[in-house]
Design a protein around this ligand. Sequence first.
Ligand SMILES: Nc1ncnc2c1ncn2[C@@H]1O[C@H](COP(=O)(O)OP(=O)(O)OP(=O)(O)O)[C@@H](O)[C@H]1O
Ligand SMILES: [Mg+2]
Length: 579
Amino acid sequence: MPRIHPLPDLLISQIAAGEVVERPASVLKELLENSLDAGAARIDVQLEEGGVKLIRVADDGSGIEPDDLPLALARHATSKIATLDDLERVATYGFRGEGLASIAAVARVAVTSRTRAQPHAWQVGHDGAPLAPAALERGTVVEVRDLYFNTPARRKFLKSEHTESAHCEEVLTRMALARPDVAFSLTHNRVLKKRLAATDLDRRVHDLLGEEFPAHARRVEAEAGPLKLTGLAALPAYARATRDEQYFYVNGRFVRDKLLAHAAREAYADILHNARHPAYVLFLTLDPAAVDVNVHPAKIEVRFRDARGVHQFVFHALTRALAQPMQTGTQAAAPVTIPTEFSTGFTRPFQQTLAVEEPRSTTAAYLDFAERAYSEPAPPAASPTAQPLGYAIAQLHGLYVLAQNETGLILVDQHAAHERILYERLKQQIEAGPPPTQALLVPAVIEVSEKDIATAETEAEALTALGFEISVGGPRQLTLRTVPALLASGDIAALLRALLAEFSEQPANRVVETQRNELLATMACHGAVRGKRNLTLPEMNALLREMEATERADQCNHGRPTWRQVSLAEIDALFMRGK
Ligand SMILES: Nc1ncnc2c1ncn2[C@@H]1O[C@H](COP(=O)(O)OP(=O)(O)OP(=O)(O)O)[C@@H](O)[C@H]1O
Ligand SMILES: [Mg+2]
């Protein structure tokens, strides 16, 4: 590690200064960061009385040269950067040179350290005691005693010992998730709280967050130019009631960033009820010059040069990872689509027209975000009974929409309704010419039979007319580049297989001529979102309005009804009212 030197004044003023020692956990964070910056492979933490009495961090890192030891405690002295240029591409946790100094201002600090080259260790500390020889095998030990001993007013703001130690544990968890290759231990009042052996991410997540998390998680591994996203994203089955298991790191640094949180939330939006929170451990890496970490005194917020690009990348990478089927694990061969239609067609509340919407772009989603800031649109101002199908009041099991209208209760089978709407729209589109298509962000690779390949080749023209751009990717593989925009959120692999099966029986042009509607029904069936899907009230209302605007919306394509009316009289009868 380079030697410690004071920073020039100009640079000091350029660094966001601020109070960093809010509570014991903030001390621990600074010390852990220093140990990791020093290349430690094992870090042992001892706390007493919630960290107020003692926080002791011992590491086996590079150590500090004896001459540099007094400087380590001095303000604005660092070994990590030297120029503004360095600051702009900082790759270490530390860069301000004030972590230890801030701690030393509010507690009694002693630092003992030994570099490889030193025959023994040296110590500075405890109220400016001069540099003295000490015993230590290797690395650095920082002891912080009696936090806020000189500022009793601050001490009053501390919570219970238990709360403060819990905050310390959380800080250690954050660090330990970021660095599974480093061993950690934590004791509180001499009771061992955590012991973590050096391992890989899966095991570390298992050790810290429990076995359920990795069991219900998808591996995220995506790269786009200089941007990289890795980690684990838990499936909705593991969703939490709070945001407490959202770990997002930017270049190894834990951050609470609105933009990243929003991108993640959007990626889960289609599959997760709003009241539940996704769980993830995600690492975004990018050129340090493309992100400013110097915007918050505790470095917990960052600023991206290309915020929009980062948002899009994270959203798509996560959406794709979550769409991976169970068995394929990390292999990328799974058919992949970025669902848009279902959420887009229905997110415009109270939309009356049948016009085909452009899939909402991520950029638009991000711009939306600035205004919406997570809040839901206001409930309908109109009277609750003004529309034939009424207004949504709830959803049942992610399958049925419950709405209130003049007569009483409306029950909607949302899959059937969606299928019916898609079918009618497809019909309109096909009548007007080739349907609008949507290019897949990542072409879907679909395993098919050799017979299907032959069919795809002979019927290429008909398939293109229906919105599918396909090429042969291998002896049993088709690569799908575009799909009809309306169906993009459905199971496109199943859809393509169904069409190929259909066209292998009789020529496509004959099918299109004589059984066009049956064909469109098949397409709508695969294009409609199946299974449970949680919808927001505005989405449900949009669905109801679409249904009213769609011909034969009361029947699905298999002849099943899409909705049912239950009158107040029938409900009254259930309770033997008015009898
Ligand atoms: N555990 C450690 N092992 C080796 N060197 C250390 C350790 N802790 C601190 N140092 C040295 O002391 C210097 C000052 O540490 P301090 O935490 O005050 O500042 P910093 O890490 O450089 O910047 P920041 O204020 O952003 O944390 C570091 O630059 C580093 O050289
Ligand atoms: Mg530091």
